[in-house]
Write a protein that binds this ligand. Structure first.
Ligand code: SAH
Length: 367
């Protein structure tokens, strides 16, 4: 029998489960805060629970299910974790230390069904959707590894659903994970600290627009015309640029006055980075009267992807053209390229920079 996976339960669900063991509701609150606030990954550490209950929980349930296979540390401090699910599928998570607030980039699927030609994850194909628990676990592991078990995050944490997978093709599980993480008795990471990136699953963009307490949205564009986007991101054949932009317009109408969403634009040398393409991109955004900002991401190369990154001067010129047409643009500095942890590089590969964990992740305390 598959053991019940506790990290993927809301407090309400946990209360029901614990009730079925004949235990009062306050036990569920203790267990929930043990896992989600103190970030304890074993019942043995929850010494506020009676021993007998701990034994029963260990027999019938499990807290984490991911096991850490490898941990890689980049020269720039970025960390990549490669986990395996209980059924042996790879899951990757990236911790990105930053000056003001650290970011955790998590995966929503093992592999990815989309076939973007510039992304290494595409080469895995879809292995399977991750469960809500498998999503929440990634964040707990990364926090414990970066700061110590249960140690408060110094300046809060930003989360981005920009790891492997298409989050909007695993919408229910993603939204449940976000609800669990939002609980003030647990991780208390509010949706306002979370950004979900999509390759353009139009019905879900429209649906997100109707949800009040929701994460931020990023949309991966990669090309200003259908002709090129069909080639780079085949999902465009299903939802072409006009449909995507109309949904973005709808989404923007639901934003608060000073809020913006983001377009991501990977910069591929000689493919989508010309002056003309910058003008086309600005024109598309302006045609739909979008205030969105554009994040320019220099391509992160990896064998056997057939592209090279645009030069920095090209990226800067591209940015200037967008700005001259009133479109706000930013350049995203690549992080963790040397350990294949940067955007589009997650493919469960091993690299240099491995810093093995000597004790099981669930008990590991980093000095
Ligand atoms: N499937 C979702 C979530 C992944 S986010 C999406 O496509 O939005 C990963 C981001 O990295 C996307 O914006 C994607 O366009 C970008 N990306 C993919 N491969 C890349 C690469 N090799 N170099 C730079 N960015 C890449």
């Amino acid at each position: 029998m598959e053991l019940m996976h506790l990290i993927g339960l809301t407090q309400t669900e946990l209360t029901e489960l614990v009730g079925s063991f004949g235990e009062p509701a306050y036990r569920a609150r203790q267990i929930f805060s043990g896992m989600q606030a103190r970030r304890l990954m074993s019942f043995a550490e929850m010494t506020d629970l009676p021993k007998e209950l701990r034994g029963k929980l260990s027999d019938e349930t499990v807290i984490p299910t991911l096991t850490l296979e490898s941990r890689y540390v980049s020269t720039d401090g970025t960390r990549r974790y490669l986990f395996k699910t209980r059924d042996k599928y790879p899951v990757e998570t990236v911790f990105i230390p930053e000056e003001h607030r650290d970011t955790i980039c998590f995966s929503s699927q093992s592999g990815c069904p989309l076939q973007c030609t510039f992304c290494l994850t595409a080469q895995l194909g879809l292995l399977r959707n991750l469960t809500p628990g498998e999503i929440v676990e990634q964040i707990i592991f990364a926090l414990n590894d970066a700061y110590g078990v249960g140690v408060a995050t110094p300046r809060g944490t930003n989360l981005v659903a920009m790891g492997a997978g298409e989050p909007f093709l695993n919408f229910e599980n993603l939204m449940k994970a976000i609800r669990i993480m939002n609980d003030p008795a647990g991780l208390h990471i509010v949706p306002n600290r979370i950004t979900v990136s999509t390759a353009g699953i139009v019905p879900r963009i429209r649906e997100l627009a109707t949800i009040p307490n929701r994460p931020h949205l990023a949309v991966s564009l990669a090309a200003p015309t259908d002709e090129l986007r069909d080639e780079l991101m085949p999902i465009n054949k299903k939802w072409p640029i006009d449909e995507l932009m109309s949904a973005c317009r709808e989404f923007e109408k639901s934003l608060k006055p000073n809020d913006r969403f983001t377009f991501e634009y990977v910069m591929l040398r000689g493919v989508n980075d010309s002056d003309e393409q910058a003008r086309q991109l600005a024109n598309v955004i302006n045609r739909y009267r979008l205030r969105a900002k554009v994040n320019l991401i220099p391509h992160n190369p990896a064998e056997p992807l057939p592209y090279e990154p645009s030069s920095m001067t090209r990226v800067e010129t591209f940015k200037r053209i967008l700005e001259s047409k009133g479109v706000h643009a930013f350049i995203r500095r690549p992080r963790g390229r040397d350990i294949l942890a940067a955007c589009g590089q997650l493919a469960a590969r091993s690299t240099a920079g491995e810093v093995p964990a000597s004790i099981p992740t669930s008990q590991r305390r980093i000095a």
